[in-house]
Design a protein around this ligand. Structure first.
Ligand code: UN1
Length: 508
Protein backbone atom coordinates (compact mmCIF):
# COMPACT_ATOMS: atom_id res chain seq x y z
CA UNK A 1 0.00 0.00 0.00
CA UNK A 2 1.19 3.49 -0.74
CA UNK A 3 2.42 5.29 2.33
CA UNK A 4 3.10 8.53 0.53
CA UNK A 5 -0.19 10.25 0.89
CA UNK A 6 0.91 13.82 1.02
CA UNK A 7 -2.01 16.14 0.61
CA UNK A 8 -0.98 17.79 -2.62
CA UNK A 9 -2.70 20.85 -3.96
CA UNK A 10 -5.76 19.03 -5.18
CA UNK A 11 -7.98 22.08 -5.22
CA UNK A 12 -5.38 24.04 -7.16
CA UNK A 13 -5.07 21.27 -9.72
CA UNK A 14 -8.83 21.05 -10.07
CA UNK A 15 -9.21 24.77 -10.59
CA UNK A 16 -6.42 24.74 -13.17
CA UNK A 17 -8.09 21.89 -15.05
CA UNK A 18 -11.44 23.66 -14.93
CA UNK A 19 -9.93 26.83 -16.33
CA UNK A 20 -8.24 24.84 -19.11
CA UNK A 21 -11.65 23.41 -20.04
CA UNK A 22 -13.10 26.92 -20.12
CA UNK A 23 -14.76 27.13 -16.68
CA UNK A 24 -13.90 29.85 -14.24
CA UNK A 25 -14.88 28.80 -10.74
CA UNK A 26 -13.00 31.51 -8.89
CA UNK A 27 -15.94 33.79 -8.28
CA UNK A 28 -18.44 30.97 -7.80
CA UNK A 29 -20.10 30.30 -4.48
CA UNK A 30 -23.19 28.43 -3.48
CA UNK A 31 -24.80 25.84 -1.29
CA UNK A 32 -23.61 22.89 -3.40
CA UNK A 33 -20.26 21.74 -2.05
CA UNK A 34 -18.11 19.91 -4.58
CA UNK A 35 -16.22 17.54 -2.30
CA UNK A 36 -13.41 15.19 -3.25
CA UNK A 37 -13.58 11.59 -2.05
CA UNK A 38 -9.76 11.53 -2.25
CA UNK A 39 -9.33 13.77 0.78
CA UNK A 40 -12.77 14.91 1.83
CA UNK A 41 -11.85 18.50 1.01
CA UNK A 42 -14.28 20.95 -0.54
CA UNK A 43 -13.11 21.84 -4.04
CA UNK A 44 -15.65 24.56 -4.78
CA UNK A 45 -19.02 25.92 -3.77
CA UNK A 46 -21.59 26.09 -6.52
CA UNK A 47 -25.08 27.47 -6.95
CA UNK A 48 -27.85 24.91 -7.04
CA UNK A 49 -30.58 25.23 -9.66
CA UNK A 50 -34.15 25.49 -8.38
CA UNK A 51 -37.07 23.68 -9.98
CA UNK A 52 -37.87 26.97 -11.74
CA UNK A 53 -34.31 27.15 -13.10
CA UNK A 54 -34.67 23.61 -14.43
CA UNK A 55 -37.94 24.60 -16.10
CA UNK A 56 -36.21 27.60 -17.67
CA UNK A 57 -33.40 25.39 -19.00
CA UNK A 58 -35.97 23.05 -20.54
CA UNK A 59 -37.64 26.11 -22.07
CA UNK A 60 -34.38 27.18 -23.70
CA UNK A 61 -33.82 23.66 -25.04
CA UNK A 62 -37.39 23.63 -26.42
CA UNK A 63 -36.78 26.93 -28.18
CA UNK A 64 -33.50 25.77 -29.67
CA UNK A 65 -35.02 22.55 -31.00
CA UNK A 66 -36.70 23.62 -34.30
CA UNK A 67 -33.54 25.29 -35.64
CA UNK A 68 -31.36 22.36 -34.60
CA UNK A 69 -33.82 19.83 -36.05
CA UNK A 70 -33.55 21.58 -39.40
CA UNK A 71 -29.76 21.36 -39.57
CA UNK A 72 -28.85 18.35 -41.77
CA UNK A 73 -27.73 15.43 -39.64
CA UNK A 74 -24.18 15.23 -41.08
CA UNK A 75 -23.76 18.94 -40.33
CA UNK A 76 -24.98 18.30 -36.78
CA UNK A 77 -22.27 15.68 -36.68
CA UNK A 78 -19.67 18.46 -37.07
CA UNK A 79 -20.45 19.77 -33.59
CA UNK A 80 -19.88 16.33 -32.11
CA UNK A 81 -16.73 15.95 -34.18
CA UNK A 82 -15.41 19.23 -32.77
CA UNK A 83 -16.40 18.14 -29.25
CA UNK A 84 -14.37 14.96 -29.76
CA UNK A 85 -11.37 17.04 -30.86
CA UNK A 86 -11.62 19.26 -27.79
CA UNK A 87 -12.01 16.23 -25.54
CA UNK A 88 -8.85 14.79 -27.07
CA UNK A 89 -7.04 18.06 -26.49
CA UNK A 90 -8.27 18.29 -22.89
CA UNK A 91 -8.27 14.61 -22.08
CA UNK A 92 -5.94 15.08 -19.12
CA UNK A 93 -7.74 18.12 -17.76
CA UNK A 94 -11.06 16.34 -17.72
CA UNK A 95 -9.45 13.23 -16.24
CA UNK A 96 -8.13 15.38 -13.37
CA UNK A 97 -11.71 16.42 -12.62
CA UNK A 98 -13.07 12.87 -12.92
CA UNK A 99 -10.34 11.60 -10.63
CA UNK A 100 -10.84 14.35 -8.06
CA UNK A 101 -14.60 13.86 -7.90
CA UNK A 102 -15.19 10.17 -8.63
CA UNK A 103 -11.94 8.87 -7.09
CA UNK A 104 -10.74 6.92 -10.13
CA UNK A 105 -7.15 5.90 -10.64
CA UNK A 106 -5.43 7.84 -13.41
CA UNK A 107 -5.67 5.09 -16.02
CA UNK A 108 -9.40 4.67 -15.46
CA UNK A 109 -10.04 8.42 -15.36
CA UNK A 110 -8.26 8.79 -18.71
CA UNK A 111 -10.15 5.73 -19.98
CA UNK A 112 -13.43 7.38 -19.10
CA UNK A 113 -12.57 10.45 -21.20
CA UNK A 114 -11.40 8.12 -24.00
CA UNK A 115 -14.86 6.54 -23.87
CA UNK A 116 -16.28 10.02 -24.60
CA UNK A 117 -13.91 10.50 -27.52
CA UNK A 118 -14.88 7.08 -28.87
CA UNK A 119 -18.61 7.78 -28.73
CA UNK A 120 -18.04 11.12 -30.48
CA UNK A 121 -16.32 9.27 -33.33
CA UNK A 122 -19.14 6.75 -33.41
CA UNK A 123 -21.85 9.43 -33.38
CA UNK A 124 -20.16 11.41 -36.18
CA UNK A 125 -20.31 8.30 -38.37
CA UNK A 126 -23.87 7.66 -37.25
CA UNK A 127 -24.86 11.16 -38.35
CA UNK A 128 -24.60 9.87 -41.94
CA UNK A 129 -26.38 6.62 -41.15
CA UNK A 130 -29.78 7.46 -39.65
CA UNK A 131 -31.14 4.79 -41.95
CA UNK A 132 -34.77 4.06 -42.60
CA UNK A 133 -35.89 0.99 -44.55
CA UNK A 134 -38.22 0.68 -47.49
CA UNK A 135 -40.57 -2.29 -47.62
CA UNK A 136 -42.45 -3.75 -50.57
CA UNK A 137 -45.98 -2.43 -50.58
CA UNK A 138 -48.82 -4.88 -51.19
CA UNK A 139 -50.43 -2.27 -53.47
CA UNK A 140 -49.27 -1.55 -57.02
CA UNK A 141 -47.69 1.87 -57.58
CA UNK A 142 -47.03 2.45 -53.86
CA UNK A 143 -43.89 2.99 -51.86
CA UNK A 144 -43.80 2.00 -48.19
CA UNK A 145 -40.95 3.30 -46.09
CA UNK A 146 -39.89 4.42 -42.65
CA UNK A 147 -38.26 7.71 -41.73
CA UNK A 148 -36.61 8.77 -38.47
CA UNK A 149 -37.10 12.16 -36.87
CA UNK A 150 -35.73 13.96 -33.83
CA UNK A 151 -37.76 13.60 -30.64
CA UNK A 152 -37.29 17.05 -29.15
CA UNK A 153 -35.74 17.62 -25.73
CA UNK A 154 -33.83 14.76 -24.12
CA UNK A 155 -33.30 14.90 -20.34
CA UNK A 156 -30.15 13.12 -19.24
CA UNK A 157 -29.81 12.14 -15.58
CA UNK A 158 -26.39 10.67 -14.85
CA UNK A 159 -24.66 9.01 -11.91
CA UNK A 160 -21.46 9.75 -9.99
CA UNK A 161 -19.50 6.67 -11.03
CA UNK A 162 -19.19 7.53 -14.71
CA UNK A 163 -19.63 11.27 -14.39
CA UNK A 164 -18.97 12.11 -18.03
CA UNK A 165 -18.84 8.97 -20.22
CA UNK A 166 -22.41 7.73 -19.84
CA UNK A 167 -23.74 11.25 -20.33
CA UNK A 168 -21.66 11.58 -23.50
CA UNK A 169 -23.12 8.35 -24.89
CA UNK A 170 -26.52 9.98 -24.61
CA UNK A 171 -25.53 13.47 -25.65
CA UNK A 172 -23.38 12.65 -28.68
CA UNK A 173 -26.16 10.49 -30.14
CA UNK A 174 -29.02 12.79 -29.14
CA UNK A 175 -27.30 15.74 -30.80
CA UNK A 176 -26.63 14.00 -34.12
CA UNK A 177 -30.22 12.75 -34.01
CA UNK A 178 -31.36 16.39 -33.88
CA UNK A 179 -32.50 16.56 -30.26
CA UNK A 180 -31.54 19.20 -27.72
CA UNK A 181 -30.29 18.08 -24.32
CA UNK A 182 -30.82 19.08 -20.70
CA UNK A 183 -28.32 17.35 -18.44
CA UNK A 184 -28.68 16.82 -14.72
CA UNK A 185 -25.51 15.15 -13.45
CA UNK A 186 -25.11 13.72 -9.98
CA UNK A 187 -24.40 16.64 -7.60
CA UNK A 188 -21.33 14.77 -6.36
CA UNK A 189 -19.55 15.27 -9.68
CA UNK A 190 -20.63 18.78 -10.60
CA UNK A 191 -17.18 20.02 -11.60
CA UNK A 192 -16.55 17.20 -14.07
CA UNK A 193 -19.94 18.06 -15.54
CA UNK A 194 -19.02 21.74 -15.81
CA UNK A 195 -15.75 20.84 -17.54
CA UNK A 196 -17.33 18.68 -20.21
CA UNK A 197 -20.25 21.07 -20.66
CA UNK A 198 -17.80 23.94 -21.26
CA UNK A 199 -15.97 21.93 -23.91
CA UNK A 200 -19.23 21.14 -25.66
CA UNK A 201 -20.27 24.79 -25.45
CA UNK A 202 -17.01 25.68 -27.15
CA UNK A 203 -17.61 23.09 -29.89
CA UNK A 204 -21.09 24.53 -30.43
CA UNK A 205 -19.63 28.05 -30.72
CA UNK A 206 -16.81 26.95 -33.03
CA UNK A 207 -19.34 25.37 -35.39
CA UNK A 208 -21.83 28.24 -35.23
CA UNK A 209 -24.60 25.94 -33.98
CA UNK A 210 -27.48 27.28 -31.84
CA UNK A 211 -26.00 27.95 -28.39
CA UNK A 212 -28.90 26.58 -26.36
CA UNK A 213 -28.96 23.03 -27.74
CA UNK A 214 -27.21 21.88 -24.61
CA UNK A 215 -28.16 22.82 -21.05
CA UNK A 216 -26.49 21.83 -17.81
CA UNK A 217 -28.47 21.99 -14.59
CA UNK A 218 -26.79 21.40 -11.25
CA UNK A 219 -29.83 20.45 -9.29
CA UNK A 220 -30.82 18.35 -6.31
CA UNK A 221 -33.45 15.66 -6.19
CA UNK A 222 -36.28 18.14 -6.43
CA UNK A 223 -34.77 19.77 -9.51
CA UNK A 224 -34.29 16.30 -10.99
CA UNK A 225 -37.94 15.50 -10.42
CA UNK A 226 -39.07 18.61 -12.22
CA UNK A 227 -36.98 17.54 -15.22
CA UNK A 228 -38.54 14.07 -15.11
CA UNK A 229 -42.07 15.45 -14.79
CA UNK A 230 -41.75 18.13 -17.46
CA UNK A 231 -44.07 17.22 -20.35
CA UNK A 232 -41.76 19.09 -22.72
CA UNK A 233 -39.04 16.50 -22.13
CA UNK A 234 -39.67 13.80 -24.73
CA UNK A 235 -37.15 11.26 -23.44
CA UNK A 236 -35.67 10.84 -19.99
CA UNK A 237 -32.46 8.85 -20.08
CA UNK A 238 -31.57 8.00 -16.50
CA UNK A 239 -28.63 6.12 -15.06
CA UNK A 240 -28.59 5.22 -11.40
CA UNK A 241 -30.03 2.90 -8.79
CA UNK A 242 -33.04 0.63 -9.17
CA UNK A 243 -34.71 2.72 -6.45
CA UNK A 244 -34.29 5.82 -8.63
CA UNK A 245 -35.60 3.97 -11.69
CA UNK A 246 -38.68 2.87 -9.77
CA UNK A 247 -39.49 6.52 -9.13
CA UNK A 248 -38.62 7.86 -12.55
CA UNK A 249 -40.27 5.23 -14.80
CA UNK A 250 -43.89 5.57 -13.54
CA UNK A 251 -43.68 9.37 -13.47
CA UNK A 252 -42.52 9.50 -17.09
CA UNK A 253 -45.03 6.81 -18.12
CA UNK A 254 -47.85 8.77 -16.47
CA UNK A 255 -47.28 11.60 -18.94
CA UNK A 256 -46.62 9.18 -21.85
CA UNK A 257 -43.00 10.27 -22.09
CA UNK A 258 -40.23 7.90 -23.02
CA UNK A 259 -37.68 6.46 -20.67
CA UNK A 260 -34.27 4.94 -21.24
CA UNK A 261 -33.10 3.32 -18.03
CA UNK A 262 -29.69 2.02 -17.08
CA UNK A 263 -30.05 0.88 -13.49
CA UNK A 264 -28.30 -1.52 -11.15
CA UNK A 265 -26.32 -4.60 -12.01
CA UNK A 266 -25.44 -7.64 -9.95
CA UNK A 267 -23.04 -9.16 -12.38
CA UNK A 268 -21.69 -12.68 -12.22
CA UNK A 269 -18.91 -14.66 -13.83
CA UNK A 270 -18.95 -18.42 -14.14
CA UNK A 271 -15.58 -20.15 -13.95
CA UNK A 272 -15.71 -23.57 -15.61
CA UNK A 273 -13.25 -26.44 -15.02
CA UNK A 274 -11.60 -25.90 -18.43
CA UNK A 275 -10.94 -22.17 -17.81
CA UNK A 276 -7.47 -20.70 -18.04
CA UNK A 277 -7.35 -19.75 -14.36
CA UNK A 278 -4.59 -17.18 -14.66
CA UNK A 279 -6.44 -15.34 -17.39
CA UNK A 280 -9.68 -15.67 -15.40
CA UNK A 281 -7.98 -14.29 -12.32
CA UNK A 282 -6.88 -11.12 -14.13
CA UNK A 283 -10.34 -10.61 -15.62
CA UNK A 284 -12.00 -11.19 -12.26
CA UNK A 285 -9.76 -8.81 -10.31
CA UNK A 286 -10.17 -5.99 -12.83
CA UNK A 287 -13.94 -6.38 -12.90
CA UNK A 288 -14.37 -6.82 -9.16
CA UNK A 289 -11.92 -4.20 -7.93
CA UNK A 290 -11.69 -1.63 -10.75
CA UNK A 291 -13.24 1.76 -9.87
CA UNK A 292 -13.28 0.42 -6.28
CA UNK A 293 -16.23 -1.82 -7.16
CA UNK A 294 -18.39 1.18 -8.13
CA UNK A 295 -19.23 0.38 -11.75
CA UNK A 296 -22.69 -0.77 -12.81
CA UNK A 297 -20.77 -3.55 -14.51
CA UNK A 298 -18.66 -4.47 -11.47
CA UNK A 299 -18.29 -8.20 -10.91
CA UNK A 300 -20.16 -9.00 -7.70
CA UNK A 301 -20.70 -12.78 -7.90
CA UNK A 302 -18.27 -15.49 -8.86
CA UNK A 303 -19.81 -18.88 -9.64
CA UNK A 304 -16.97 -21.37 -9.64
CA UNK A 305 -16.97 -25.06 -10.50
CA UNK A 306 -16.39 -27.07 -7.35
CA UNK A 307 -13.31 -28.75 -8.86
CA UNK A 308 -11.44 -25.43 -9.18
CA UNK A 309 -12.91 -23.31 -6.41
CA UNK A 310 -10.16 -23.94 -3.86
CA UNK A 311 -7.29 -23.20 -6.20
CA UNK A 312 -9.01 -20.13 -7.64
CA UNK A 313 -9.97 -18.63 -4.28
CA UNK A 314 -6.43 -19.13 -3.06
CA UNK A 315 -5.10 -17.24 -6.08
CA UNK A 316 -7.74 -14.55 -5.56
CA UNK A 317 -6.93 -14.01 -1.92
CA UNK A 318 -3.27 -13.78 -2.85
CA UNK A 319 -3.97 -11.25 -5.59
CA UNK A 320 -6.20 -9.18 -3.27
CA UNK A 321 -3.33 -9.15 -0.77
CA UNK A 322 -1.09 -7.39 -3.27
CA UNK A 323 -3.58 -4.63 -4.19
CA UNK A 324 -2.35 -1.18 -3.31
CA UNK A 325 -5.09 1.01 -1.92
CA UNK A 326 -4.82 4.74 -1.54
CA UNK A 327 -4.76 8.10 -3.25
CA UNK A 328 -5.57 7.34 -6.90
CA UNK A 329 -3.18 10.07 -8.07
CA UNK A 330 -0.33 7.75 -7.04
CA UNK A 331 0.15 5.54 -10.06
CA UNK A 332 1.15 2.60 -7.86
CA UNK A 333 -2.35 2.49 -6.36
CA UNK A 334 -5.00 0.36 -8.03
CA UNK A 335 -7.89 1.07 -5.68
CA UNK A 336 -9.09 4.57 -4.86
CA UNK A 337 -11.69 5.63 -2.33
CA UNK A 338 -15.40 4.94 -2.09
CA UNK A 339 -17.50 7.94 -3.03
CA UNK A 340 -18.61 8.72 0.54
CA UNK A 341 -19.25 7.52 4.05
CA UNK A 342 -22.66 6.15 3.13
CA UNK A 343 -21.06 3.77 0.64
CA UNK A 344 -18.62 2.67 3.28
CA UNK A 345 -21.43 2.02 5.76
CA UNK A 346 -23.43 0.11 3.14
CA UNK A 347 -20.39 -2.08 2.49
CA UNK A 348 -19.91 -2.83 6.18
CA UNK A 349 -23.59 -3.59 6.56
CA UNK A 350 -23.52 -5.99 3.59
CA UNK A 351 -20.47 -7.75 5.00
CA UNK A 352 -22.21 -8.22 8.35
CA UNK A 353 -25.33 -9.52 6.61
CA UNK A 354 -23.22 -11.90 4.51
CA UNK A 355 -21.67 -13.37 7.66
CA UNK A 356 -25.06 -13.70 9.31
CA UNK A 357 -26.22 -15.53 6.19
CA UNK A 358 -23.44 -18.09 6.49
CA UNK A 359 -20.65 -16.37 4.57
CA UNK A 360 -16.97 -16.34 5.41
CA UNK A 361 -14.85 -13.28 4.64
CA UNK A 362 -11.70 -14.63 2.96
CA UNK A 363 -10.05 -11.24 2.38
CA UNK A 364 -10.50 -7.53 2.93
CA UNK A 365 -13.52 -5.50 3.90
CA UNK A 366 -11.88 -3.13 6.37
CA UNK A 367 -11.41 0.60 6.12
CA UNK A 368 -7.84 1.79 5.63
CA UNK A 369 -6.03 5.14 5.91
CA UNK A 370 -8.68 6.40 8.33
CA UNK A 371 -6.12 8.31 10.38
CA UNK A 372 -4.35 10.02 7.47
CA UNK A 373 -7.62 10.72 5.66
CA UNK A 374 -10.39 10.86 8.27
CA UNK A 375 -12.85 12.35 5.81
CA UNK A 376 -12.13 9.92 2.98
CA UNK A 377 -13.28 6.31 2.80
CA UNK A 378 -10.72 3.88 1.48
CA UNK A 379 -11.47 0.16 1.91
CA UNK A 380 -9.82 -3.12 1.17
CA UNK A 381 -11.85 -4.99 -1.46
CA UNK A 382 -13.46 -8.07 0.04
CA UNK A 383 -13.88 -11.67 -1.07
CA UNK A 384 -16.63 -13.59 0.72
CA UNK A 385 -17.31 -17.30 0.32
CA UNK A 386 -21.07 -17.93 0.46
CA UNK A 387 -22.85 -21.25 1.01
CA UNK A 388 -25.74 -20.16 -1.22
CA UNK A 389 -27.14 -17.21 -3.14
CA UNK A 390 -28.69 -15.63 -0.05
CA UNK A 391 -30.58 -12.37 0.20
CA UNK A 392 -27.53 -10.14 0.49
CA UNK A 393 -25.95 -11.73 -2.61
CA UNK A 394 -29.05 -10.87 -4.58
CA UNK A 395 -28.69 -7.19 -3.77
CA UNK A 396 -26.37 -4.73 -5.46
CA UNK A 397 -24.07 -3.16 -2.86
CA UNK A 398 -22.12 -0.41 -4.63
CA UNK A 399 -18.75 -1.35 -3.12
CA UNK A 400 -16.02 -3.93 -3.79
CA UNK A 401 -17.47 -7.13 -2.36
CA UNK A 402 -17.07 -10.31 -4.40
CA UNK A 403 -19.26 -13.24 -3.31
CA UNK A 404 -17.98 -16.69 -4.26
CA UNK A 405 -20.47 -19.49 -4.93
CA UNK A 406 -19.91 -22.99 -6.30
CA UNK A 407 -21.65 -25.25 -8.80
CA UNK A 408 -21.32 -28.76 -10.17
CA UNK A 409 -23.35 -28.68 -13.45
CA UNK A 410 -23.39 -25.80 -15.96
CA UNK A 411 -27.21 -25.64 -15.83
CA UNK A 412 -26.97 -24.96 -12.13
CA UNK A 413 -24.38 -22.20 -12.71
CA UNK A 414 -26.61 -20.52 -15.30
CA UNK A 415 -29.54 -20.74 -12.93
CA UNK A 416 -27.51 -19.03 -10.21
CA UNK A 417 -26.27 -16.43 -12.69
CA UNK A 418 -29.85 -15.60 -13.73
CA UNK A 419 -31.27 -15.97 -10.22
CA UNK A 420 -31.07 -12.30 -9.22
CA UNK A 421 -33.44 -9.41 -10.00
CA UNK A 422 -30.87 -7.47 -12.04
CA UNK A 423 -29.69 -8.32 -15.57
CA UNK A 424 -26.86 -6.09 -16.77
CA UNK A 425 -23.61 -7.96 -17.40
CA UNK A 426 -22.33 -11.53 -17.18
CA UNK A 427 -19.38 -13.66 -18.20
CA UNK A 428 -18.13 -17.20 -18.46
CA UNK A 429 -14.51 -18.29 -18.33
CA UNK A 430 -14.21 -21.56 -20.23
CA UNK A 431 -12.19 -23.17 -22.98
CA UNK A 432 -15.04 -25.52 -23.80
CA UNK A 433 -16.79 -24.15 -26.86
CA UNK A 434 -20.02 -25.99 -26.19
CA UNK A 435 -20.26 -24.46 -22.75
CA UNK A 436 -19.54 -21.00 -24.12
CA UNK A 437 -22.28 -21.37 -26.74
CA UNK A 438 -24.79 -22.62 -24.16
CA UNK A 439 -24.00 -19.59 -22.03
CA UNK A 440 -24.61 -17.23 -24.97
CA UNK A 441 -27.76 -19.01 -26.17
CA UNK A 442 -31.32 -17.95 -25.30
CA UNK A 443 -31.27 -20.57 -22.56
CA UNK A 444 -28.05 -19.09 -21.16
CA UNK A 445 -27.35 -15.70 -19.61
CA UNK A 446 -30.42 -13.46 -19.35
CA UNK A 447 -28.32 -10.27 -19.27
CA UNK A 448 -27.90 -7.44 -21.76
CA UNK A 449 -24.18 -8.17 -21.84
CA UNK A 450 -22.78 -11.72 -21.93
CA UNK A 451 -19.04 -12.26 -22.38
CA UNK A 452 -16.71 -15.19 -22.87
CA UNK A 453 -13.24 -15.17 -21.34
CA UNK A 454 -13.32 -11.54 -20.31
CA UNK A 455 -14.79 -9.93 -17.21
CA UNK A 456 -18.15 -8.23 -16.81
CA UNK A 457 -16.91 -4.64 -16.96
CA UNK A 458 -15.03 -2.50 -19.45
CA UNK A 459 -17.42 -2.71 -22.42
CA UNK A 460 -16.52 -0.94 -25.67
CA UNK A 461 -18.85 1.78 -26.91
CA UNK A 462 -19.54 0.03 -30.25
CA UNK A 463 -21.99 -2.48 -28.76
CA UNK A 464 -25.32 -1.58 -27.21
CA UNK A 465 -24.96 -1.11 -23.45
CA UNK A 466 -27.74 -1.95 -21.00
CA UNK A 467 -29.57 -4.76 -19.34
CA UNK A 468 -32.77 -6.57 -18.55
CA UNK A 469 -35.09 -7.03 -15.57
CA UNK A 470 -34.44 -4.46 -12.82
CA UNK A 471 -31.59 -3.01 -14.87
CA UNK A 472 -34.37 -1.29 -16.77
CA UNK A 473 -34.21 -2.55 -20.36
CA UNK A 474 -32.54 0.53 -21.91
CA UNK A 475 -29.77 0.38 -24.51
CA UNK A 476 -27.19 3.12 -24.90
CA UNK A 477 -24.06 3.89 -26.92
CA UNK A 478 -23.34 1.62 -29.91
CA UNK A 479 -25.20 -0.67 -32.31
CA UNK A 480 -28.62 0.82 -33.11
CA UNK A 481 -29.16 2.55 -29.75
CA UNK A 482 -29.53 5.82 -31.68
CA UNK A 483 -33.11 4.81 -32.45
CA UNK A 484 -34.06 5.55 -28.83
CA UNK A 485 -33.39 9.24 -29.51
CA UNK A 486 -35.65 9.45 -32.57
CA UNK A 487 -39.24 8.80 -33.48
CA UNK A 488 -40.11 6.50 -36.31
CA UNK A 489 -42.66 7.40 -38.97
CA UNK A 490 -44.12 5.02 -41.52
CA UNK A 491 -44.82 6.63 -44.89
CA UNK A 492 -46.89 5.28 -47.74
CA UNK A 493 -46.59 7.10 -51.06
CA UNK A 494 -49.10 6.38 -53.81
CA UNK A 495 -47.84 7.11 -57.31
CA UNK A 496 -50.33 4.86 -59.12
CA UNK A 497 -53.04 7.39 -59.95
CA UNK A 498 -55.57 4.86 -58.55
CA UNK A 499 -56.69 4.40 -54.96
CA UNK A 500 -56.40 0.69 -54.14
CA UNK A 501 -57.06 -0.03 -50.46
CA UNK A 502 -54.94 -2.37 -48.38
CA UNK A 503 -56.25 -5.77 -47.27
CA UNK A 504 -58.37 -5.87 -50.45
CA UNK A 505 -61.02 -3.58 -48.92
CA UNK A 506 -63.38 -1.93 -51.38
CA UNK A 507 -65.20 1.33 -50.62
CA UNK A 508 -66.41 4.24 -52.73
C1 UN1 B 1 -21.50 2.27 -15.70
O1 UN1 B 1 -20.95 1.75 -14.74
O2 UN1 B 1 -22.58 2.91 -15.54
O3 UN1 B 1 -18.47 -1.29 -19.29
C2 UN1 B 1 -20.97 2.29 -17.08
C3 UN1 B 1 -17.99 -0.51 -18.46
C4 UN1 B 1 -17.86 0.93 -18.84
C5 UN1 B 1 -19.15 1.66 -18.61
C6 UN1 B 1 -19.75 1.44 -17.27
N1 UN1 B 1 -17.49 1.00 -20.22
O4 UN1 B 1 -17.59 -0.88 -17.37
Amino acid sequence: MSQTLQNTALTTDVHRALRACGVDVDGLTGELEARSPLTGEVLAGLPLASAADVGAAVGRAVEAFPAWRDVPAPVRGNVVKRWGELLTEHKEDLAVLVQAEAGKITSEALGEVQEMIDICDFAVGQSRMLYGRTMPSERPGHRLMETWHPLGVVGVVSAFNFPVAVYSWNTALALVCGDTVVWKPSETVALSAMGSHALLARAVRDCGAPAEIHQLVLADREGGQSLVDDPRVALVSATGSVRMGREVAPRVAARFGRCLLELGGNNAAIVAPSADLDLALRGIVFSAVGTAGQRCTTLRRLIVHESVVDVLTEKLVQAYGTLSIGDPRETSNLVGPLIDERSHDAMQQALRAAQEQGGTVLAGGERVLAEERPEAFYVRPAVVRMPAQTEVVQEETFAPILYVLTYSELAEAIELQNGVPQGLSSAIFTNDQLEAERFLSSAGSDCGIANVNIGTSGAEIGGAFGGEKETGGGRESGSDSWKAYMRQATNTVNYSGELPLAQGVTFI
